[in-house]
Design a protein around this ligand. Structure first.
Ligand SMILES: NC(=O)c1ccc[n+]([C@@H]2O[C@H](COP(=O)([O-])OP(=O)(O)OC[C@H]3O[C@@H](n4cnc5c(N)ncnc54)[C@H](OP(=O)(O)O)[C@@H]3O)[C@@H](O)[C@H]2O)c1
Length: 297
């Protein structure tokens, strides 16, 4: 397939480009910066938030699929305002990319979603599947972020004549230059007491994304997570030991309560099942837990 990929130069987009090319697909990479497209792709310069400019940029282009992997997360989000630009990419950005998908004649649209659409905080001991409630408010100041995830999914599913698929990724790790490693080296990341979260190595996320492009069903969401939800503190201790950094400082979760997003992400419980992705997409994580993933970094 020829795939118009928005976010090709990002932390997740980069391994997705490699996985697409390896599987024989052709990639047209959208970037705002001339020269910003990864090697092996055809560059398309445009801004996903500038609808008219984007539609002008895709004029004359043909593609089989469009993929939305846009974020605006120069660094890990900690405060609500850190997610505002990414929320906009999920609402307006999705609408503009769907307009572009129609213009290029695409029949498939794959969008990035994530585990926080199930809610923020302690989601309890139950392992969440795609049948669980997703995208519903009731979480106060977190609601705009949840609504943005619902928006990108619903827009993709509702697109007339286009198969829409959403990937609910777990917490990413393993990108080259992952800031977590540098922060651990500087002992800037505390090991907070908190519940487990479902992780996914970016290389496995990329493999699942290609599988979803090829085999995902219209109107379906897939959890893309590894096999073992684990607390951040275990992850940090393992990663610190792996890179020879000092053991992270242990702190109770309440110490970061004044930083609400960080508190919710680091101390909540988010257990997701990957059974649907395994059975329907023919995918399984090659790095089933963070232990194998960190060893591979
Ligand atoms: N991505 C995630 O979900 C995530 C999650 C947690 C932590 N992080 C960390 O955050 C750091 C930065 O993440 P990132 O590499 O994903 O970078 P980013 O700054 O979030 O950018 C991601 C991608 O989105 C594209 N993009 C953003 N706005 C756009 C727009 N209006 N129009 C077109 N394209 C647009 C960028 O393309 P151009 O810049 O080429 O235009 C880039 O390819 C990394 O160190 C990563 O580990 C990322």
């Amino acid at each position: 397939m020829r795939v118009l990929l928005a976010g090709a130069s990002g932390a997740v987009g980069t391994p997705i480009v490699k996985a697409l090319i390896k599987s024989g697909h052709e990639v047209v990479a959208l970037t705002r910066r001339p020269g910003g497209a990864p090697a092996g792709t055809t560059e398309l310069v445009g801004d996903a938030l500038d609808r008219d400019g984007l539609l002008a940029a895709v004029r004359g282009l043909e593609a089989d699929a469009v993929m939305h992997q846009l974020t605006a997360l120069k660094k890990a989000p900690m405060r609500h305002r850190d997610l505002a630009a990414t929320d906009r990419l999920r609402t307006e950005g999705t609408a503009n990319l769907l307009a572009a998908a129609r213009a290029v004649g695409a029949r498939r649209f794959v969008t990035q979603s994530n585990l926080f659409g199930y809610g923020y905080g302690d989601l309890g001991p139950r392992v969440h599947t795609e049948k669980d409630v997703f995208g519903q408010g009731g979480y106060g100041r977190f609601d705009p972020h949840i609504a943005a995830l619902r928006s990108t999914e619903q827009q993709a599913f509702a697109a007339e004549g286009i198969d829409g698929i959403a990937l609910r990724y777990g917490a990413f790790y393993g990108a080259p230059g992952d800031p977590v490693i540098e922060m651990l080296k500087g002992r800037k990341l505390p090991a907070l007491k908190g519940g487990p979260i479902s992780f996914i190595h970016v290389e496995d996320a990329a493999a699942a994304t290609v599988a979803a492009l090829e085999h995902g069903r219209d109107g379906e969401a897939y959890n893309v997570v590894d096999d073992e939800p684990s607390p951040w503190r275990d992850f940090f201790h393992c990663a610190a030991a792996h890179v020879g950094a000092p053991a992270p400082m242990s702190l109770p979760g309440w110490t970061v309560r004044p930083i609400p997003l960080l508190h919710a992400i680091m101390t909540g419980s988010y257990r997701l099942s990957n059974a649907k992705a395994k059975s329907e997409l023919g995918w399984a994580p090659s790095l089933p837990t963070y232990r194998e993933g960190i060893a591979a970094m």
